[in-house]
Ligand binder design. Structure first.
Ligand code: URA
Length: 434
């Protein structure tokens, strides 16, 4: 078998066999197939697509490229959650302790941010001292002890995805349904949970811009999950505007703590309750997702979710006082307020531009090896549907380096669109599949 023939076959739009897919993934992960051939393969897949059978074979070939996690020593049915990536998406920081506080164990491996989207691990690292790299034994024993751990994905898990994702990021081949589906599902399958809840983002700040694309991604991932015996549900949620008000690592941790204390923004809280309701349902801890969401609302009100988060911070070596006093979190010293130049209803707060502004301030990485500044970012004061008067604050920028403010400011100014008519309220939860 030759990589060249596989690339040519896909370029011509033919269906690849399981053996050909396994040969390619094994060869690339093992270093025998070079980046330039893998890049050509990805572009052929991007344009020609993959059948469902090919996507499932690609997923399982990626799982086989590394180790898998065995969660069987943790009592109870383990349910994982994954977001396809968004702006201001601090859902895991709230959802994981919330579900754990309701008695369902959460053993979660999360990723870092890339491009304009954020990542849970970068956010958690803004808590002084908190360790995100636990050994598999530490990870399992922490979940056995407190029912919760959120850690960085181990380097041995799906190494093929690590290499392929980095290559996709620089070859304009990220936003492909079969490539995203296989990337997400290979990681979830390798991470060992029995059931999976997926948050598929749709809109301006998401990889999937239309409902049609999001639905196609969601149904593909749900079908792959089922094929390998993992009950999978996908919730398609809005990412036209950022989730909540804060965008940037420590700023988002602050907002997550507020949400855990019962004072979170309505959209973030709603999403956590819906996703969490499905997690409780799949774990067998609620008769319906709605009943699960109702139970989580009570848990949130009781303060137990905030306590669980504090417990996790302490276990992972972080300073638990940060949770009681979020002012201990890093916060950049330069501030700039962006004000409305006219009057009217906010018709759009384009998520991609806000995400890009946060990245320009230093909250995200342009390249994988870039370091990030945890204290910078953007806090929105207005969201879609709000009325603003001329001169009213739309957003505040936080920067450590004042020179980074002007380009970020331009992005924020361009993100806001004002109009004379109030826009129709958009549904946060668009559809549930599975
Ligand atoms: N998130 C992933 O894990 N993989 C992708 O390809 C896109 C988003």
């Amino acid at each position: 078998m030759r990589a060249y023939d596989i690339i040519l076959k896909k370029r011509q739009g033919q269906e690849l066999s399981r053996e050909e897919i396994e040969f390619f993934v094994r060869g690339y992960a093992g270093g025998e197939i070079p980046d330039y051939q893998a890049a050509a393969f990805l572009m052929a897949v991007y344009f020609r697509g993959l059948s469902f059978r090919e996507t499932a074979d690609l997923t399982m070939a990626m799982v086989a490229s590394g180790e898998t996690v065995d969660l069987s020593s943790i009592p109870g049915r383990k349910v994982d959650k994954h977001s396809t990536g968004g702006v201001g998406d601090k859902t895991t920081l709230v959802l994981a302790p919330l579900v754990a506080a309701a008695g369902v164990p959460v053993a979660k491996m999360s990723g870092r941010g890339l491009g304009h989207t954020g990542g849970t691990i970068d956010k958690l690292e803004s808590i002084p001292g908190l360790r995100v790299s636990l050994t598999p034994q530490e990870f399992i024993s922490q979940v056995r002890k407190i029912g919760l751990a959120v850690v960085a994905q181990s380097g041995n898990l799906v190494p093929a995805d690590k290499k392929l994702y980095a290559l996709r990021d620089v070859t304009a081949t990220v936003d492909s349904v079969p490539l995203i589906a296989s990337s997400v599902m290979s990681k979830k399958i390798a991470a060992g949970a029995e059931a999976i809840v997926l948050d598929v983002k749709v809109g301006d700040g998401a990889f999937m811009r239309t409902m049609e694309e999001a639905r196609s991604l969601a149904t593909t991932m749900v079908a792959i999950g089922r094929l390998v015996g993992r009950q999978t549900t996908a919730v398609i949620s809005d990412m036209d505007q950022p989730l909540g008000f804060a965008v940037g690592n420590a700023l988002e941790v602050r907002e997550a703590i507020e949400a855990l204390a019962g004072n979170g923004p309505a959209d973030l809280v709603e999403l956590c309750l819906v996703l969490g309701g499905h997690m409780l349902f799949l774990a067998g801890a609620a008769a319906t997702p709605g009943e699960g969401a109702g139970r989580l609302e009570e848990v949130l009100r009781s303060g137990r979710a905030l306590e669980k988060f504090k417990e996790m911070v302490r276990e992972q070596g972080g300073d638990p006082k940060t949770v009681e006093e979020p002012d201990r979190l890093p916060l950049a010293r330069h501030r700039e307020v962006v004000v409305a130049r006219g009057e009217g209803y906010v018709c759009a707060v384009k998520a991609k531009k806000i995400g890009r502004a946060a990245m320009l301030l230093g909250a995200g990485r342009e390249k994988k090896e870039d370091s990030i500044d945890h204290g910078v970012g953007v806090v929105l004061h207005k969201k879609s549907g709000d009325y603003v008067k001329s001169g009213e604050a739309l957003a505040t920028l936080y920067a450590s380096d004042a020179a980074r403010i002007p380009p970020a400011r331009r992005e924020v100014e361009e993100a806001f669109a004002l109009g004379v008519e109030k826009p129709p309220a958009s549904n946060l939860i668009r559809e549930v599949i599975g």
